[in-house]
Design a protein around this ligand. Structure first.
Ligand SMILES: C[S@@+](CC[C@H](N)C(=O)[O-])C[C@H]1O[C@@H](n2cnc3c(N)ncnc32)[C@H](O)[C@@H]1O
Length: 248
Protein backbone atom coordinates (compact mmCIF):
# COMPACT_ATOMS: atom_id res chain seq x y z
CA UNK A 1 0.00 0.00 0.00
CA UNK A 2 1.56 3.31 -1.08
CA UNK A 3 1.77 6.36 1.14
CA UNK A 4 0.16 8.60 -1.52
CA UNK A 5 -2.94 6.44 -1.48
CA UNK A 6 -3.27 6.83 2.29
CA UNK A 7 -2.74 10.61 2.07
CA UNK A 8 -5.40 10.92 -0.62
CA UNK A 9 -7.82 8.73 1.36
CA UNK A 10 -7.30 11.06 4.33
CA UNK A 11 -7.96 14.16 2.21
CA UNK A 12 -11.14 12.59 0.83
CA UNK A 13 -12.41 11.36 4.19
CA UNK A 14 -11.71 14.64 5.98
CA UNK A 15 -13.54 16.54 3.24
CA UNK A 16 -16.52 14.22 3.65
CA UNK A 17 -16.73 14.30 7.44
CA UNK A 18 -15.45 17.78 8.35
CA UNK A 19 -18.90 19.39 8.84
CA UNK A 20 -20.22 16.67 11.12
CA UNK A 21 -16.88 15.97 12.84
CA UNK A 22 -17.39 17.92 16.07
CA UNK A 23 -20.91 16.64 16.65
CA UNK A 24 -19.95 13.02 16.00
CA UNK A 25 -16.79 13.03 18.07
CA UNK A 26 -18.26 14.22 21.33
CA UNK A 27 -18.35 10.48 22.12
CA UNK A 28 -14.98 11.31 23.60
CA UNK A 29 -16.83 11.62 26.95
CA UNK A 30 -15.23 8.33 27.90
CA UNK A 31 -11.78 9.88 27.74
CA UNK A 32 -12.50 13.50 28.59
CA UNK A 33 -11.34 13.21 32.24
CA UNK A 34 -8.09 11.63 31.24
CA UNK A 35 -7.64 14.35 28.60
CA UNK A 36 -7.98 17.14 31.15
CA UNK A 37 -5.57 15.40 33.52
CA UNK A 38 -3.03 15.28 30.66
CA UNK A 39 -3.60 18.92 29.69
CA UNK A 40 -3.10 20.09 33.28
CA UNK A 41 0.13 18.09 33.62
CA UNK A 42 1.47 19.44 30.30
CA UNK A 43 0.49 23.00 31.24
CA UNK A 44 2.34 22.69 34.57
CA UNK A 45 5.54 21.87 32.62
CA UNK A 46 5.10 24.31 29.72
CA UNK A 47 4.17 27.35 31.74
CA UNK A 48 7.70 27.51 33.19
CA UNK A 49 9.14 27.92 29.69
CA UNK A 50 9.75 31.18 27.86
CA UNK A 51 7.08 31.72 25.15
CA UNK A 52 6.41 28.03 24.52
CA UNK A 53 5.32 26.95 21.05
CA UNK A 54 3.04 23.98 20.30
CA UNK A 55 2.56 21.97 17.10
CA UNK A 56 -0.67 19.99 16.74
CA UNK A 57 -0.22 17.35 14.02
CA UNK A 58 -3.51 16.36 12.33
CA UNK A 59 -5.36 19.07 14.27
CA UNK A 60 -8.67 18.56 12.43
CA UNK A 61 -11.23 21.11 13.63
CA UNK A 62 -9.23 21.77 16.79
CA UNK A 63 -11.57 19.84 19.05
CA UNK A 64 -8.70 18.90 21.35
CA UNK A 65 -5.91 21.44 20.88
CA UNK A 66 -8.28 24.39 21.49
CA UNK A 67 -7.65 23.73 25.19
CA UNK A 68 -4.09 25.04 24.76
CA UNK A 69 -5.32 28.19 23.02
CA UNK A 70 -7.70 28.77 25.89
CA UNK A 71 -4.68 28.62 28.19
CA UNK A 72 -3.03 31.33 26.07
CA UNK A 73 -0.40 29.31 24.19
CA UNK A 74 0.86 29.85 20.63
CA UNK A 75 -0.25 26.86 18.59
CA UNK A 76 0.65 25.77 15.06
CA UNK A 77 -2.31 23.72 13.81
CA UNK A 78 -1.25 21.41 10.99
CA UNK A 79 -3.56 19.30 8.86
CA UNK A 80 -3.52 18.04 5.28
CA UNK A 81 -7.21 18.87 4.93
CA UNK A 82 -8.21 22.46 4.06
CA UNK A 83 -11.82 21.53 4.93
CA UNK A 84 -10.92 20.58 8.50
CA UNK A 85 -8.67 23.62 8.93
CA UNK A 86 -11.41 25.97 7.71
CA UNK A 87 -13.51 24.84 10.65
CA UNK A 88 -10.72 25.38 13.19
CA UNK A 89 -11.82 28.76 14.51
CA UNK A 90 -10.57 30.25 17.72
CA UNK A 91 -11.20 33.83 18.74
CA UNK A 92 -9.65 33.46 22.24
CA UNK A 93 -6.45 34.61 23.90
CA UNK A 94 -3.87 32.18 22.47
CA UNK A 95 -2.31 32.60 19.02
CA UNK A 96 -3.44 30.17 16.29
CA UNK A 97 -1.37 29.64 13.13
CA UNK A 98 -2.80 27.21 10.58
CA UNK A 99 -0.64 25.11 8.24
CA UNK A 100 -2.23 23.08 5.46
CA UNK A 101 0.22 20.32 4.51
CA UNK A 102 0.88 16.65 5.20
CA UNK A 103 3.12 16.18 8.22
CA UNK A 104 5.60 14.02 6.32
CA UNK A 105 6.42 16.91 3.95
CA UNK A 106 6.31 19.53 6.70
CA UNK A 107 8.88 17.69 8.81
CA UNK A 108 11.16 17.24 5.79
CA UNK A 109 11.05 20.91 4.81
CA UNK A 110 11.11 22.71 8.19
CA UNK A 111 13.57 23.10 11.02
CA UNK A 112 11.64 25.12 13.61
CA UNK A 113 11.68 23.47 17.06
CA UNK A 114 8.69 23.11 19.39
CA UNK A 115 8.09 22.82 23.13
CA UNK A 116 5.23 20.40 22.56
CA UNK A 117 4.27 18.28 19.58
CA UNK A 118 0.89 16.60 19.91
CA UNK A 119 -0.82 13.89 17.92
CA UNK A 120 -4.46 13.70 19.04
CA UNK A 121 -6.21 10.77 17.39
CA UNK A 122 -4.07 11.43 14.32
CA UNK A 123 -1.08 9.10 14.59
CA UNK A 124 -3.09 6.10 13.44
CA UNK A 125 -3.86 8.00 10.20
CA UNK A 126 -0.18 8.36 9.32
CA UNK A 127 1.18 5.56 7.16
CA UNK A 128 4.85 5.95 8.12
CA UNK A 129 4.11 6.76 11.74
CA UNK A 130 7.39 5.39 13.07
CA UNK A 131 9.40 7.65 10.77
CA UNK A 132 7.16 10.61 11.69
CA UNK A 133 7.62 9.97 15.44
CA UNK A 134 11.41 9.94 14.99
CA UNK A 135 11.22 13.18 13.00
CA UNK A 136 8.94 14.73 15.65
CA UNK A 137 11.48 13.92 18.36
CA UNK A 138 14.07 15.73 16.23
CA UNK A 139 11.79 18.79 15.99
CA UNK A 140 11.48 19.11 19.78
CA UNK A 141 13.45 21.62 21.81
CA UNK A 142 15.59 20.29 24.64
CA UNK A 143 13.16 19.08 27.37
CA UNK A 144 10.32 19.41 24.83
CA UNK A 145 7.25 17.21 25.20
CA UNK A 146 5.51 14.77 22.90
CA UNK A 147 1.83 14.06 23.59
CA UNK A 148 0.23 11.12 21.81
CA UNK A 149 -3.42 11.06 22.72
CA UNK A 150 -6.18 8.57 22.03
CA UNK A 151 -4.65 5.93 19.80
CA UNK A 152 -5.67 2.30 19.20
CA UNK A 153 -3.58 -0.42 20.79
CA UNK A 154 -2.56 -3.56 18.96
CA UNK A 155 -5.10 -5.88 20.54
CA UNK A 156 -8.59 -5.69 19.03
CA UNK A 157 -11.50 -7.26 20.89
CA UNK A 158 -14.63 -8.84 19.45
CA UNK A 159 -16.71 -6.35 21.42
CA UNK A 160 -14.94 -3.53 19.64
CA UNK A 161 -15.65 -5.04 16.23
CA UNK A 162 -19.29 -5.50 17.17
CA UNK A 163 -19.48 -1.91 18.39
CA UNK A 164 -18.04 -0.63 15.09
CA UNK A 165 -20.48 -2.75 13.11
CA UNK A 166 -23.52 -1.51 15.07
CA UNK A 167 -22.27 2.06 14.72
CA UNK A 168 -22.05 1.70 10.95
CA UNK A 169 -25.44 0.01 10.80
CA UNK A 170 -27.04 2.92 12.64
CA UNK A 171 -25.20 5.84 11.03
CA UNK A 172 -24.60 4.68 7.49
CA UNK A 173 -26.62 1.51 6.82
CA UNK A 174 -26.02 1.86 3.08
CA UNK A 175 -22.31 1.46 3.69
CA UNK A 176 -22.59 -1.79 5.63
CA UNK A 177 -22.85 -4.00 2.56
CA UNK A 178 -19.97 -2.28 0.72
CA UNK A 179 -17.90 -2.61 3.91
CA UNK A 180 -18.54 -6.35 4.14
CA UNK A 181 -17.76 -6.56 0.42
CA UNK A 182 -14.53 -4.59 0.95
CA UNK A 183 -13.44 -6.96 3.68
CA UNK A 184 -14.32 -10.07 1.71
CA UNK A 185 -12.64 -8.96 -1.49
CA UNK A 186 -9.87 -6.98 0.15
CA UNK A 187 -10.97 -3.74 -1.47
CA UNK A 188 -10.55 -0.69 0.66
CA UNK A 189 -12.68 2.41 0.89
CA UNK A 190 -11.27 5.82 1.84
CA UNK A 191 -12.61 5.44 5.38
CA UNK A 192 -10.82 2.11 5.88
CA UNK A 193 -7.57 3.41 4.37
CA UNK A 194 -7.58 6.77 6.13
CA UNK A 195 -7.91 5.29 9.63
CA UNK A 196 -5.09 2.99 8.58
CA UNK A 197 -3.79 1.71 11.91
CA UNK A 198 -7.30 1.34 13.26
CA UNK A 199 -8.46 -0.91 10.44
CA UNK A 200 -5.26 -2.76 9.57
CA UNK A 201 -2.48 -3.67 11.99
CA UNK A 202 -2.57 -1.49 15.08
CA UNK A 203 0.03 0.93 16.44
CA UNK A 204 2.99 -0.72 18.12
CA UNK A 205 2.98 0.87 21.54
CA UNK A 206 6.00 -1.20 22.66
CA UNK A 207 8.04 0.36 19.84
CA UNK A 208 6.75 3.85 20.64
CA UNK A 209 7.67 3.51 24.33
CA UNK A 210 11.18 2.30 23.42
CA UNK A 211 11.69 5.34 21.14
CA UNK A 212 10.72 7.85 23.82
CA UNK A 213 13.61 9.38 25.74
CA UNK A 214 11.65 9.78 29.01
CA UNK A 215 8.08 8.66 29.61
CA UNK A 216 6.14 10.95 31.93
CA UNK A 217 2.71 9.33 31.86
CA UNK A 218 0.87 6.52 30.09
CA UNK A 219 -2.84 5.68 30.14
CA UNK A 220 -4.43 2.58 28.70
CA UNK A 221 -8.22 2.55 28.64
CA UNK A 222 -11.32 0.98 27.07
CA UNK A 223 -12.95 2.95 24.27
CA UNK A 224 -15.99 2.18 22.13
CA UNK A 225 -19.03 4.10 20.90
CA UNK A 226 -21.85 2.59 22.90
CA UNK A 227 -22.06 2.69 26.66
CA UNK A 228 -23.33 -0.90 27.08
CA UNK A 229 -20.32 -2.14 25.15
CA UNK A 230 -18.09 0.21 27.12
CA UNK A 231 -19.31 -1.21 30.41
CA UNK A 232 -18.56 -4.72 29.16
CA UNK A 233 -15.06 -3.70 28.07
CA UNK A 234 -14.48 -2.13 31.47
CA UNK A 235 -15.74 -5.22 33.31
CA UNK A 236 -13.48 -7.46 31.25
CA UNK A 237 -10.60 -5.01 31.77
CA UNK A 238 -10.06 -4.71 28.04
CA UNK A 239 -7.93 -1.63 27.42
CA UNK A 240 -7.86 -1.07 23.70
CA UNK A 241 -6.64 2.56 23.42
CA UNK A 242 -3.75 4.52 24.90
CA UNK A 243 -2.32 7.99 25.50
CA UNK A 244 1.17 9.01 26.51
CA UNK A 245 3.27 12.01 27.45
CA UNK A 246 7.04 11.86 27.06
CA UNK A 247 9.88 14.33 27.38
CA UNK A 248 13.08 14.76 25.38
C1 LIG B 1 -9.38 11.67 13.64
S1 LIG B 1 -8.92 13.25 13.05
C2 LIG B 1 -8.30 14.00 14.55
C3 LIG B 1 -8.52 15.49 14.57
C4 LIG B 1 -8.14 16.20 15.86
N1 LIG B 1 -6.75 16.00 16.20
C5 LIG B 1 -9.02 15.74 17.00
O1 LIG B 1 -8.52 15.07 17.90
O2 LIG B 1 -10.22 16.04 16.99
C6 LIG B 1 -7.40 12.97 12.14
C7 LIG B 1 -6.90 14.20 11.41
O3 LIG B 1 -5.59 13.93 10.90
C8 LIG B 1 -5.48 14.52 9.61
N2 LIG B 1 -4.39 13.81 8.91
C9 LIG B 1 -4.40 12.55 8.48
N3 LIG B 1 -3.21 12.22 7.91
C10 LIG B 1 -2.44 13.32 7.99
C11 LIG B 1 -1.12 13.63 7.57
N4 LIG B 1 -0.34 12.70 6.98
N5 LIG B 1 -0.63 14.87 7.80
C12 LIG B 1 -1.40 15.80 8.41
N6 LIG B 1 -2.67 15.59 8.83
C13 LIG B 1 -3.18 14.35 8.63
C14 LIG B 1 -6.86 14.34 9.01
O4 LIG B 1 -7.10 15.24 7.94
C15 LIG B 1 -7.76 14.59 10.22
O5 LIG B 1 -8.12 15.94 10.32
Amino acid sequence: MGQNKILQANRNLSKEISRSYNAEHLFCNQIWNSYWTDIKLIDSILKNKKEPVILDVGCGTGLLSKAFLELGYTLYALDLSPDMLDLYKYPGKGKLIKICIEVEKFFEENTQKYDLIMFAASLHHIYEYKKVIRMALGMLKEDGLIFIFNEPLKKRSLLELLDAFINKLIHSPKKVIPTVYDHLFKKTSDAVLADYYLNHERLDMGWIIKEMPKIIQIHRYPLVTYSVMYQLLEKLEIKNWFSLIAQK
